[in-house]
Design a protein around this ligand. Structure first.
Ligand code: B16
Ligand code: MG
Length: 214
């Protein structure tokens, strides 16, 4: 199978790099402090979901209500813990497979961009040595609606100057696949709950499989 595309938009967490263990540790520290049950299964529901929406999922297990100001403070506390953990990332956290595939796609003339829900996108890209690599970045700081809303991918395409139909999206989250389809883009699933979700256009066997279908 081949897809005739001009640009590829990548999700960040779970596709380019893996920060889910840091999200888990940071949310776990907050939940423990508040005496709220939290485990890996609940953490899996947070993939691709915005920070405040993630907090609401965690607070489902709480037996009391919190004010908007308290929730803001909790989200900030989690993010501070998370950013401390992100500081341990280095360019060694970028795999050779991802690095070499991105380089080959660029050599073939594709425009390459990011479409991530994370407000820490630029910080993470700098940590892993991709701070100035992409042709455009759309992230949590650009949008008001999180995936499965198409906003972040449409924003990424606009920054590239590309029509949605010319873009393929690589995603590990089902909400991201839904967002890509809603944007009118080709949705490529890579691992996570995106794989085999039934709404993807194609399941990638690996990141490097992009070179076989583009
Ligand atoms: P932040 P992605 C998402 O990134 C993560 O998958 C999700 O777990 C996280 O809650 C969200 O970013 C917001 O992250 O707190 O850093 O703004 O998968 O869309 O690249
Ligand atoms: Mg993701």
């Amino acid at each position: 199978m081949k897809f005739e595309k001009k640009a590829v938009i990548f999700d960040l967490d779970g596709v380019i790099c893996f920060t889910d263990r840091f999200h888990y540790q940071a949310w776990k520290a907050l939940a423990d402090r508040l005496g709220i049950y939290f485990d890996e299964t609940i953490n899996n529901r947070l993939r691709g979901v915005s920070r405040m929406a993630s907090l609401e999922i965690i607070l489902e297990r709480s037996d009391r209500e919190y004010t908007p100001a308290e929730k803001e403070a909790f989200a900030e506390e989690k993010n501070n813990t998370y950013r401390e953990l992100l500081k341990t990332m280095t360019p060694a956290d970028l795999t050779d497979e991802v690095k070499d595939t991105l380089a080959e796609l660029r050599r073939r003339g594709y425009l390459l961009s990011i479409g991530s829900s994370s407000k820490n996108t630029k910080f993470i890209l700098e940590r892993i040595g991709l701070g100035d690599f992409f042709d455009a970045i759309a992230d949590g700081t650009d949008i008001t609606h999180s995936k499965p809303d198409p906003e972040v991918f449409l924003c990424s395409a606009r920054k590239l100057g590309m029509a949605p139909a010319d873009c393929a999206v690589v995603e590990d989250a089902r909400a991201g696949i839904q967002a890509a389809r809603a944007a009118g883009m080709t949705a490529l699933a890579l691992h996570g709950d995106a794989e085999g979700c039934g709404e993807e256009d194609y399941n990638l066997s690996s990141f490097a499989d992009l070179l076989n279908i583009l």
